[in-house]
Design a protein around this ligand. Structure first.
Ligand SMILES: Cc1cc2nc3c(=O)[nH]c(=O)nc-3n(C[C@H](O)[C@H](O)[C@H](O)COP(=O)(O)OP(=O)(O)OC[C@H]3O[C@@H](n4cnc5c(N)ncnc54)[C@H](O)[C@@H]3O)c2cc1C
Length: 273
């Protein structure tokens, strides 16, 4: 769709090029959301792709993912570092209700900043306890857990003019065994629930991340794999289930409980081996 109120496109190459952001001037990444619907309040697009950020940087501390990396790039990242969590990258990309054509342009940052409950990159990076690096409008830097960056259905902790620069995934998360489940009302439909379990390789701690069923990612943490009833009680304590065309709140609660138990059993089988 043409955005016929846009009169200016700024190709960002340095951080100073972001100074005009705010009001009707917004960041442009892949454009798959921005060009999908009328946006009459937008007059300026600041293109982030022209920064030319390297999509992935591996260090001893973990993996730095540029916000402008696409889902295609993430889903084809080679499995050559021995990361137990590597399958989760592609699994979460498949939770996007969009074909390869969307994967080719949709960026990780654009997905998280759009903040749909069914944002698969929010699910992925929350489940891996990634930290978001925010370039604040005042020139400072801020690090925020991705699970706290998305605050509700299409709302984030970003302020006007802020830009999501990158996501840091700790090495410990990459070394974790994970289990993934997604459910939708139709075979290829938008996610009604995405549930991800992660077993910490150092202390055996278990983190369950529930998303798509709740307005923001919800994380349940245990010192070790919980019993079925402990897990069930924790799921029941979540209070952010919601209803839309992709599922009713009570259905989302029920299926998340079923998927969480499947994950608990899968990870406890793996732990015995
Ligand atoms: C057919 C189809 C199916 C889709 N299915 C899903 C789905 O199942 N789940 C889902 O969540 N989305 C879905 N989407 C929406 C969209 O494709 C994804 O959310 C995509 O990842 C958005 O990324 P983008 O780079 O195209 O964002 P853009 O359209 O470029 O930007 C989206 C928003 O984020 C802001 N933004 C982008 N990057 C940054 C940044 N680094 N810092 C600050 N703000 C930024 C922009 O200003 C804009 O407000 C679908 C879209 C289509 C066309």
């Amino acid at each position: 769709m043409d955005l016929n109120t846009v009169t200016r496109v700024i190709p960002a190459r340095t951080r100073a090029d972001l100074s005009s952001l705010g009001g009707g001037a917004v960041p442009l990444a892949g454009g798959s959301v921005l060009f999908a619907e009328p946006n009459p309040s937008i007059h300026t697009l600041v293109d982030l792709q022209t920064f030319g950020w390297q999509p992935f940087v591996v260090t001893d501390e973990g993996l730095e993912v540029a916000a402008t990396a696409t889902l295609t790039q993430l889903s084809t990242l080679p499995d050559d570092h021995g990361w137990q969590a590597h399958p989760l990258f592609r699994q979460c990309c498949t939770a996007l209700f969009g074909s390869f054509k969307v994967w080719n342009v949709a960026t990780i940052g654009g997905n998280i900043c759009t903040a749909l409950p069914a944002g698969p990159m929010t699910s992925l990076f929350s489940a891996l306890d990634a930290q978001a690096l925010i370039w604040k409008a005042d020139g400072s830097d801020q690090r925020v857990p991705v699970s706290e960056l998305v605050t509700g259905n299409t709302t984030t902790a970003l302020e006007p003019g802020d830009v999501l620069r990158s996501l840091h995934v700790p090495a410990r998360s990459l070394a974790s065994v994970t289990a993934y489940r997604k459910i939708a009302l139709s075979a290829l439909g938008r996610s009604g629930a995405v549930v991800i379990g992660r077993l910490d390789p150092v202390d055996g701690g278990f983190v369950l991340t529930v998303s798509a069923a709740t307005v923001r990612p919800e994380q349940l943490r245990f010192a070790e794999l919980p019993t079925a009833s402990e897990l069930h009680a924790a799921i029941e304590s979540i209070d952010s289930w919601f209803t839309d065309a992709h599922g009713a709140a009570d259905w989302r609660l029920a299926v998340s409980g079923v998927l969480a138990e499947q994950i608990r059993l899968e990870l406890s089988e793996g732990a015995k081996r």
